[in-house]
Design a protein around this ligand. Structure first.
Ligand code: SDX
Length: 429
């Protein structure tokens, strides 16, 4: 018999079942609350409300822990590859050599996009942000596959998931080439996932492009670190859209747009813009920290703070240490890295940040590495999306495999006008 909690209401009390997760997290099951009492709960921003049970990712914000299917992010970052982590997130286990080979082959087989889709790129203005192109193109993918309609896309998730993983990389590279006016470079089966992307991004028809192993490894690391993060804003969006039986392409396209927001994945681009602003202003980090603490200044320190991490984001720790390694191996000196370090150092001893437990998050240092790899700032959030696709697919799959899943439809507390009669125009004030 599950443990229960008693909720004492003014006119009644109700016993609510208590649930415990595998990491000993506790929850109160309120699924019968309204039916039995007429009450709902209100929790703006869902800061205390779980939307689902999930076995994909575990994170502990107080301890700075992040694990994909039980494997610590630090171990996956050191030993794994993005394709292997994608398989792990989607299918729940590390692949055997044979499973990994066939998964990689599947991604290679589906890396091209329909030539008709290439025309869609032409419709975007030169100044179109690559995130809006990415989302539109991903949504358009569903127009090309019969297995993409609602129920069918659940039954055919293996092929649809592989198509998404394979094609979003091609679409991302093409959207970059579109913004710089260079010809598209097609994927090639002779290259693994990440080198293939780098080739599509930076090769030109006129000369061979040599893939620097440190660049490929750095990008592999960043994609692994971004692959999933439990029920964040964009993943929740993918689940909500998918819960209406919209197909997986439409669901992921919605997640891309949610990720674009500067409070979410768009922060990595906003961090670089902030660091450049501080540099152009003379590099006085204390001046900007002061602005960042003033709610009326309209300035926010991007890359700091997190809804869940009230300790250092474990991903930020790994990326920060990779910064030195990557920049020195590429012989890159970036003054913005020095500014970032000064900013972090100053906040770690500032009571405003310490009291609110505001630490650098995944977006604080990632842009420094993307920049060193030659990726422009307006592509940073596209890189975040590229990394997050396996997580979105895994969470979407898990949702549809859960027999308890229902269409997402939150309640509200109405605070508007009471009933009133229509007023003809002649009698209005
Ligand atoms: C991602 O959820 C995920 O898992 C997301 C993500 C993932 O992998 O999917 O980890 C990726 O989105 C990382 C976060 C990237 N965003 C930013 O770096 C933008 C800057 N950070 C914030 O705007 C903010 O910290 C959020 C949005 C990340 C979290 O916001 P919350 O949880 O709603 O917290 P809040 O805004 O209520 O802040 C609590 C307090 C407030 O002060 P008080 O009103 O209590 O005085 O902390 C302050 C805030 O003003 N605060 C900041 C701050 N972030 C929070 N003050 C200055 N600078 C900041 N960056």
């Amino acid at each position: 018999m599950p443990e229960t909690a008693i909720l004492q209401l003014p006119d009644q009390s109700i016993e609510l079942p208590l649930l415990t997760g595998t990491e000993d997290e506790k929850a109160v099951d309120i699924s019968k609350l309204r039916a039995q009492t007429g009450y709902i709960t209100l929790d703006t921003g869902f800061m205390n409300t779980g939307s689902c049970t999930s076995a994909v990712t575990f994170l502990d914000g107080e301890k700075g822990i992040l694990r994909y299917r039980g494997y610590p992010i630090e171990q996956l970052a050191e030993h794994s590859s993005f394709v292997e982590v994608s398989y792990l997130l989607i299918y729940g286990e590390l692949p055997t050599q044979e499973q990994l080979a066939s998964f990689s082959k599947l991604l290679s087989q589906h890396s091209l996009i329909h030539e008709g889709l290439k025309q869609v790129f032409g419709g975007f203005s030169k100044s179109a942000h690559p995130m809006v192109i990415l989302s539109a193109m991903v949504a358009s993918l569903s127009a090309y596959y019969s297995e993409a309609s609602g129920k069918a896309s659940v039954e055919n998730l293996d092929i649809n998931g592989a198509r998404l993983l394979a094609k979003i990389r091609t679409i991302a590279a093409f959207s970059y080439k579109k913004t710089i006016g260079q010809p598209f470079i097609y994927p090639t089966d002779s290259l693994a996932y990440v080198p293939n992307f780098l080739n599509m991004m930076f090769a030109v028809p006129a000369e061979p492009y040599e893939i620097h192993p440190d660049v490929a490894r750095a990008l592999e690391l960043l994609l692994i670190l971004h692959a999933d993060h439990e029920q964040n804003c964009s993943t929740s969006t993918v689940r909500v859209v998918g819960s209406s039986m919209a197909n997986v392409y439409a669901s992921v396209a919605s997640g891309i747009l949610a990720l674009w927001g500067p409070l979410h994945g768009g922060a990595n681009q906003a961090v670089l813009e902030m660091l450049a602003q501080i540099q152009n202003d003379g590099g006085d980090v204390d001046k900007f920290i002061k602005l960042g603490k003033d709610p009326d200044s309209g300035f926010r320190l991007m890359g700091f703070g997190h809804r869940v991490y009230k300790n250092y984001d474990p991903r930020a720790k790994i990326i920060k240490s990779a910064c030195d390694r990557v920049l020195s191996s590429l012989g890159v000196q970036d003054p913005l890295l020095d500014i970032a370090r000064k900013l972090e150092e100053a906040t770690l001893s500032d009571s405003y940040f310490v009291e609110r437990k505001l630490y650098p998050n995944v977006d604080f240092y990632s842009g420094i590495i993307y920049r060193a790899l030659g990726i422009p700032a307006n592509m940073f959030t596209v890189m975040f999306a590229l990394g997050r696709v396996p997580g979105w697919i895994a969470q979407w799959k898990e949702m549809h495999e859960d027999p308890r899943t229902k269409i997402a439809r939150p309640r509200q507390l109405y605070t508007g006008s009471l009933i009133r009669d229509y007023v003809p125009m002649s009698q209005r004030g």
